[in-house]
Write a protein that binds this ligand. Sequence first.
Ligand code: FAD
Length: 398
Amino acid sequence: MKLVDTVIIGGGIVGLATALDLMHRQPGTKVLLLEKENHLAQHQTGRNSGVIHAGVYYAPGSLKARFCREGAAATRAFCLENGIPFQDCGKLIVATDEAELPRMEALFDRARANGIAIEKLTGAEARAREPAIAAVAALWSPATGIVDYAAVAAAMAKRFAEAGGEILLGEEVLDGREAASGVTLRTKKQAITAGKAVFCAGLHADRMACRMGLSPDFRIIPFRGEYFRILNQPADLVQTLIYPVPDPERPFLGVHLTRKMGGGFTVGPNAVLAAKREGYAKTDISVGDLAESLAWPGFWRMLGNNLRPAISELSGSLSRAAYLKKVQRYCGQISPGDLDPYRAGVRAQAVRRNGQLVDDFLFMESAHMLHVCNAPSPAATAAVPIAAHIVDRLLGAA
Ligand SMILES: Cc1cc2nc3c(=O)[nH]c(=O)nc-3n(C[C@H](O)[C@H](O)[C@H](O)COP(=O)(O)OP(=O)(O)OC[C@H]3O[C@@H](n4cnc5c(N)ncnc54)[C@H](O)[C@@H]3O)c2cc1C
């Protein structure tokens, strides 16, 4: 039986940032991080858009709004300290017809309420910045950037190990129990006892909570985000990131044109209901995962409330022409032959029993456990303040 002070489950950016923060605040204690894969950051952290979000979109007063703003600064500071490249390229949120202007205005007000630098541009001003982009008006967010979050996670792991932390790969936590003095976990290889356990299991957050004896009022519903790399276009196609004005019917930000750290561009992601939690290909199906989604009453309520967008996302996934239409609204010069399928990601989105998508970051606590239940975008940007929040709660400081 292995004995530690704190065990952290999940080697994505949230688990790693938490492990590192805890090690810094409690040097000399035994902190162990368990990851089921043989490499770190194989799921959401290694399969996202790589955007350092400024915090434009989130409800004022929410954890997302606060942690995103703080996290954007903390991510840049961590990158500078650790020699990780990032680019402050900024982003344009473009309205492509007059009907989108009221929503664009509302977004402007929200960004101001969140204390985010934001500027309104006329269509001509937007086109002067980005001649390849169609816009009747736009918002300019100068504080948006790009980074490779897998590189950030790798640097966090290195710093954690240097500070005396231990990482075990290929260690899937199966279940466990909470006792009066701490937590015992069973992995495929061994039993581990810890004073405290923090679960940062992303796509498996609900399962971990259930298998540890809690009764969460949500389930993780996986939404696959499919991307294409853009071929045959000039290296200066766009200088910034191009986002549509988000559709209020849809919970995600819309298919955007993103510069990549290594060069080139991608478009994506869409948001398709996935039949497997870690199902990165359209054909991936897990009978167990699917059965769990279908058995959750909230799944059917959510689907009932969002049937139109769900069908539209599915058709965009099955038909390249339908996908391209979304991109051509703002960048007409991209054609079907320019789209080359690129690595997909799957979002872990918590859905309540009543069918509501959990909007904010969500945590669940018991005497010796803290479960990160909902940490979708912008949790990569916000990982450092999320970690600080978790450690505050573990140490009784919050
Ligand atoms: C398509 C897409 C685009 C996105 N774009 C952005 C963006 O541009 N900017 C941004 O800020 N955010 C973005 N996000 C969100 C961001 O990637 C996630 O919020 C963030 O990576 C969550 O990190 P995590 O550590 O909670 O989860 P993950 O990275 O998924 O890590 C969870 C880890 O837990 C491990 N695990 C699970 N169960 C067990 C178990 N039983 N035992 C041991 N280990 C286990 C998994 O293997 C995994 O490594 C995007 C997400 C997606 C999917």
